[in-house]
Design a protein around this ligand. Structure first.
Ligand code: FA5
Length: 341
């Protein structure tokens, strides 16, 4: 058995000499130091030996095993060193190569429009006022002069939560009453941007989730003329100095009188086309003089105070600014679309 042991030792060392990579090295270890290997099976077969032979063979088998383990470690270190030297020679860093370009993200087109709107109104003295997206029925409708069962509520159908009276806001107008209750009896000049939700058919012009920017001014002697001047100036600053605008009589329960503002169609310049439904005009916002009941709910005496309010849709404004024909592009998250802005 001793003879067999020496032979296996020799064979193992010879095989190890030929090993050139990590994989082969692991195979070698399984072959010569694994459970089934000739050296290790000596331990299993000890019981076949005589009492005198057992310690001699056992000692030698241990020596051989330790020698092979040491040889394995040495070979592994040598291979590592060899690999490192090869890498150093072949993988030289070329410091003259241009660096890798990092992809830069950018602001969403609607966010860009929102920031332009903030800047324009800030220059006119309006501060940004944030108000919540999850609202009460009272703030969304009742305090805006739409008591329960008022038919106008249907125009702004929204999403209801499991908690009675708690809904997702259908417009930013509830923020008007929050701002009034916080600031009364001080004068107010704020814009209220944020997300709105509507239970409505999604189409190329309407989403069920979209942003609005509300505006509110409250003070003494504020007139419809102030509203017109502010919004006309806004449109000129956002679009172009000589863009044509018009106010059309409309109806909102929370403003009296009410008006919608149109800008001349950019596609046909007033001639009439499919985008403007052959009217030559595109609606951009709703507005009006704050209704006395809303002022009262906000804590202002309508005999002393007046105000104006408006609500615009930044998605629609962005569509006009960039001639985008489908509002659904904004949420599609298609980089080919987004990278254009
Ligand atoms: C309102 O929401 C009123 N709260 C606006 C208002 C505020 C009037 C203050 C008077 C005083 P309206 O539903 O028309 O009104 O929406 C206003 C603007 O939001 C629209 O002109 C449009 O630009 C945008 N908008 C409305 N619905 C959608 C929709 N589904 N998808 C995208 N934009 C929309």
């Amino acid at each position: 058995m001793l003879e067999q042991l020496e032979k296996s030792h020799q064979q193992a060392l010879e095989a190890l000499e030929k090993v050139q990579n990590e994989d082969d090295l692991l195979t070698w270890r399984a072959d010569f130091l694994g459970k089934q290997s000739p050296v290790m099976s000596v331990f299993d077969n000890m019981r076949d030996l005589s009492k005198e032979e057992r310690p001699v063979v056992g000692r030698r088998a241990n020596e051989v095993r330790q020698a092979l383990e040491a040889a394995f470690e040495a070979r592994r270190d040598a291979l590592k060193e060899q690999a490192l030297q090869t890498a150093l020679k072949t993988e030289k860093i070329d410091v003259t190569l241009p660096g890798r370009q990092h992809e830069l993200g950018r602001l969403h087109p609607v966010t860009q429009t929102l920031r332009r709107i903030y800047r324009i109104f800030n220059e006119m003295g309006f501060q940004v006022y944030r108000s919540r997206e999850v609202e009460t029925d009272d703030y969304t409708f009742t305090y805006l002069n739409m008591p329960p069962h008022h038919p106008a509520r249907d125009m702004w159908d929204t999403f209801y939560t499991n908690t009675e009276g708690i809904i997702l806001r259908t417009h930013t107008s509830p923020g008007q009453v929050h701002a009034m209750r916080q600031y009364h009896p001080e004068p107010i000049r704020v814009i209220l941007p944020g997300m709105c939700f509507r239970y409505e058919q999604v189409s190329s012009r309407s989403e069920m989730q979209f942003t609005q920017v509300e505006g509110l001014a409250v003070g003494k002697d504020i007139t419809f003329g102030d509203l017109k001047g502010t919004l006309t100036d806004f449109a000129r600053r956002l679009f172009d100095t000589d863009v044509r605008t018009r106010f059309r009589a409309s109806h909102f329960p929370f403003t009296e009188p009410s008006a919608e503002m149109d800008v001349e169609c950019f596609i046909c310049h007033g001639e009439g086309c499919s985008v403007c439904k052959h009217t030559g005009w595109l609606e951009i916002l709703g507005s009006g003089v704050v209704h006395p009941n809303v002022l009262r709910f906000g804590g202002y005496d309508p005999a002393e105070y007046t105000g104006f309010a408006f609500g615009m849709g930044p998605e629609r404004l962005t569509m006009l600014l960039h001639q985008i024909d489908d509002i659904r592009n904004f949420w599609r998250n298609d980089l080919r679309f987004l990278e254009q802005f």
